[in-house]
Design a binder for this molecule. Structure first.
Ligand SMILES: NC(=O)c1ccc[n+]([C@@H]2O[C@H](COP(=O)([O-])OP(=O)(O)OC[C@H]3O[C@@H](n4cnc5c(N)ncnc54)[C@H](O)[C@@H]3O)[C@@H](O)[C@H]2O)c1
Length: 353
C-alpha cells in the first residue's frame, strides 16, 4: 500500500519518518511512503532534502495511480476538501484528528468516502498510548482497585497554544479540537454506556480567540464521573491520570509512566492516626501510612507499534474493519459540540450521548 502525505508539517513529518523507517519493506506492515504534497514550497524542499518525493501539486498527487491512499495532515479546516478530492480520486484515506470542524462536516466526509467505496479512517492514535492502555487495564480488571467510579484525565503544558493556525477559530484551532478529541476518544474507549450530563469551561488565559484550555466534567448513566482537564499555562503539573476505585487509587504521574497503586488495608477509624495540619488537628485528611496501605507498582501495558497503519492496510484489503470506526468518531464530535455549548452558556447539558 503506497501512501502519500498531504501536509508535511509537524505531524506529516512524524508519519513520514515512521512510514520510511519502520514500515517500508516489512511484510507485517505493508505500507510505504509514496511522497508528500505541501502547499509550502519550504516544506516541499525539506522533504526533497530528506530524499522524499514531493508532488508539485495536489492535482498531480491525486492523479498518480500508484498512490493507493492519502494521509491528510494539514490544518483542520482543509481536511474536508482533501477528503472530498481523495475519495473522488478513488484513494483510501487516513485523516488526522479532529476529523473536521464539527459533526455535520464529519458526517459529510464519511458520506463522501462511503459513496466512493474507499476506506476512511481517522488517526485517533492515542488509543494506543501506553499510559492509556495501562489505565484501561486497571479500569477493566477490578482486582487492581475494585470498581472505578471516578477518573481524572489531565494533559498540562506550559507553552501556550503553539504555532499559528491552532490559534485561529476558522482553521479549527483551540484545545478542544486539538487535545479534547483525543481525551474524549479515550474516555469512550474505556467507559461503556451513555453519557447523561456534562459541564465544560474554556479558559482564555493568553487572550487568543480560541480556548487555550478546558475543564470538562462528564457523568455516565452508570454513575461514573469523568474529568478532562487541558491546560497550556501550567508549570507544575497534576497527574496525567488518577483513578478512584472502591478498593484503591491508581495514578500515572506523567508520560514517563511513573506512578502506582495504593490500596487501604483497614478502613476502621480507630486505626487512623491523626496529624497536625496548619492550625488544627485532623484524622479525616491524614495520609494513610505504614501497614494501613499496600503500595504496588503499575502493570505497564505497551501497545504493539504501528498498529494503526497495519489495521488501515488490512481494512483497505477488506481483511479487517477499521479500528477507528465512523460511529465512534461521530460520537466524539457530538460530545465536543455539547461541551462547546456548555462552555458558551455555562450550563449543564443533560443529553444522552
Ligand atoms: N494525532 C496526533 O497525535 C497529532 C499530533 C499533532 C497534530 N495532529 C493533527 O495533524 C494536523 C497537522 O498538524 P501539525 O501539528 O502537523 O500542523 P503544522 O502546522 O505543523 O503542519 C501543517 C502543514 O500543512 C501544510 N498546509 C497548510 N495548508 C495546506 C494545504 N491547503 N494543502 C497542503 N498543505 C497545507 C502547512 O504548510 C504545514 O506544513 C492537524 O489536523 C492536527 O490536529 C495530530
Amino acid at each position: 500500500m503506497r501512501i502519500a502525505i498531504i501536509g508535511y508539517g509537524g505531524m506529516g513529518g512524524y508519519h513520514g519518518r515512521l512510514l520510511r523507517q519502520y514500515c517500508g519493506g516489512d511484510p507485517e506492515y505493508p505500507v510505504e511512503l509514496a511522497g508528500i504534497y505541501d502547499i509550502s514550497s519550504e516544506r516541499a524542499a525539506a522533504a526533497r532534502a530528506e530524499g522524499i518525493f514531493a508532488y508539485e501539486s495536489s492535482e498531480r498527487l491525486m492523479a498518480d495511480d500508484s498512490v493507493d491512499a492519502v494521509l491528510i495532515a494539514t490544518p483542520n479546516d482543509v481536511h474536508a476538501q482533501y477528503v472530498e478530492r481523495a475519495a473522488a480520486a478513488g484513494k483510501h484515506i487516513i485523516c488526522e484528528k479532529p476529523v473536521g470542524l464539527g459533526l455535520s462536516q464529519a458526517e459529510h466526509m464519511y458520506a463522501c468516502a462511503e459513496s466512493a467505496g474507499v476506506v476512511f479512517e481517522v488517526h485517533q492514535n492515542r488509543r494506543w498510548d501506553d499510559d492509556f492502555l495501562t489505565v484501561k487495564n486497571i479500569y477493566d480488571h477490578r482486582e487492581h482497585i475494585g470498581d472505578v467510579y471516578r477518573i481524572e484525565s489531565r494533559v498540562m503544558g506550559g507553552n501556550g497554544i503553539p504555532g499559528d493556525w491552532r490559534k485561529r477559530a476558522a482553521q479549527g484551532g483551540g484545545m478542544m479540537l486539538d487535545w479534547g478529541v483525543h481525551l474524549i476518544d479515550q474516555m469512550f474507549e474505556m467507559v461503556k454506556g451513555a453519557v447523561v450530563s456534562l459541564h465544560c469551561e474554556y479558559s482564555y488565559i493568553y487572550g487568543e480567540e480560541v480556548e487555550d484550555g478546558c475543564r470538562l466534567s462528564v457523568r455516565f448513566e452508570n454513575g461514573t464521573e469523568y474529568l478532562i482537564v487541558i491546560a497550556t499555562d501550567c508549570f507544575i503539573n497534576l497527574p496525567r491520570w488518577q483513578l478512584y476505585g472502591t478498593e484503591g487509587t491508581a495514578q500515572i504521574a506523567d508520560w514517563d509512566l511513573s506512578g502506582g497503586i495504593v490500596r487501604p488495608v483497614v478502613r476502621r477509624d480507630e486505626h487512623i492516626a491523626g496529624i497536625r495540619a496548619g492550625n488544627g488537628f485532623t484524622r479525616t485528611m491524614a495520609p494513610r501510612v505504614g501497614d494501613s496501605i499496600i503500595k504496588s507498582p503499575l502493570e505497564i501495558v505497551r501497545a504493539r507499534p504501528f498498529e494503526f497503519y497495519k489495521n488501515f492496510a488490512a481494512a483497505c484489503a477488506g481483511d479487517e474493519l477499521p479500528a477507528v470506526r465512523k460511529e465512534q468518531v461521530l460520537r466524539v464530535s457530538a460530545l465536543m459540540e455539547a461541551a462547546q455549548r456548555s462552555a458558551q452558556s455555562d450550563e449543564v447539558i443533560k443529553e444522552r450521548i
